[in-house]
Write a protein that binds this ligand. Structure first.
Ligand SMILES: NC(=O)c1ccc[n+]([C@@H]2O[C@H](COP(=O)([O-])OP(=O)(O)OC[C@H]3O[C@@H](n4cnc5c(N)ncnc54)[C@H](OP(=O)(O)O)[C@@H]3O)[C@@H](O)[C@H]2O)c1
Length: 276
């Protein structure tokens, strides 16, 4: 059993979700520490999860084999600079879940020689159905890679990228992605209501169809194109709808949407990284 001490810096939504996932996976809560600036936040964490808490980031980080940086991106530079001393003395693995903070900036704030895994989770991680992409710097050992992966897997899918340059696309695809699905479902629900369905019927059919289609695709080894073709009988109803969507250039629109999000992700990373 892995008895590594894991300390969370920031005890908000993402930290609580990871802690819940880790405990559900069998991690002993006494090996977990949470540091947060707010005593109120810590009391809330302690009420639901029997972990150790402190208001001192330094205290939590100094004890840890793995330090999970789970504060907002805007304050990560301040928090990381405070932890540079811990990086130098104890050299723990830093696992950052902060959106848009590049490894080179985090490493600079941590003193320039830190062991870092950068993770990009998404909001469904809060209900253990997330999708996380990971990248490691060259100080990370295989054991630490496995540890980082199993921590993130406690909130859903976790997979490794070939390079950090791919993080902007990941941010555009899975980071922002839940909002695209919500928009599409919102539009389908509204269209079905306009065509005569009761709101609750439209809502439930929309949601279950999205869930069912995703589950089918996950459980099948067929491509998405094959699955789509199989429900699109020649001369049938689906064919008419698909033709309308293709004529409206839905593929081009989605590509443009992803390009715009990836571009913004890169701009934000430049902005956050400038801090210090
Ligand atoms: N939530 C998601 O779905 C999601 C998805 C992808 C990535 N992420 C990343 O996960 C990170 C955390 O997000 P979140 O949603 O969990 O945010 P959150 O709920 O606001 O949690 C951040 C916590 O850090 C605390 N904090 C503020 N300053 C601190 C300091 N100096 N030292 C220690 N703790 C401090 C905050 O306390 P106060 O509330 O008192 O300020 C808050 O409890 C972010 O970097 C975000 O980019 C989140």
């Amino acid at each position: 059993m892995d008895t590594s001490i894991i300390s969370f810096i920031g005890g908000g939504n993402m930290a609580r979700s990871l802690i819940g996932g880790l405990i559900a996976d069998g991690t002993d809560p006494s090996t977990l520490w949470v540091a947060d600036a707010s005593q109120e936040q810590l009391s809330a964490v302690k009420e639901h999860l029997a972990v150790n808490t402190t208001t001192s980031n330094l205290e939590a980080a100094a004890k840890a084999d793995i330090v999970i940086l789970a504060v907002k991106p805007q304050i990560l530079s301040t928090v990381a600079c405070e932890l540079a001393e811990v990086a130098r003395k104890h050299n723990p693995l830093f696992l950052s879940v902060a959106a848009g903070i590049r490894e080179q900036d985090l490493n600079r704030w941590l003193g320039g020689n830190a062991t870092i895994v950068r993770a990009m989770p998404n909001t469904p991680a809060l209900i253990q159905s997330g999708a996380t992409a990971l990248v490691a710097n060259n100080k990370v050992t295989q054991v630490q890679r496995n540890q980082a992966e199993s921590i993130m897997r406690s909130t859903g899918l976790a997979l490794w990228l070939e390079s950090e340059a791919q993080m902007d696309v990941v941010t555009a695809l899975s980071g922002s992605g839940p909002a695209y699905y919500f928009l599409i479902m919102e539009a389908l629900e509204k269209a079905a209501c306009d065509l005569g369905l009761a709101p609750e019927t439209a809502r439930l059919l929309t949601l279950q169809t999205g869930f069912g289609a995703t589950k089918m695709a996950l459980e099948s080894s067929d491509t998405l194109e094959d699955l789509r073709r199989r429900v699109t009988s020649p001369g049938g109803t689906t064919e008419q709808a698909i033709k309308t969507l293709e004529n409206g250039n839905i593929r081009h629109l989605l590509k443009e949407a992803l390009e715009a999000a990836a571009h913004r992700s890169s701009e934000l990373a430049d902005q956050f990284g400038k801090d210090i």
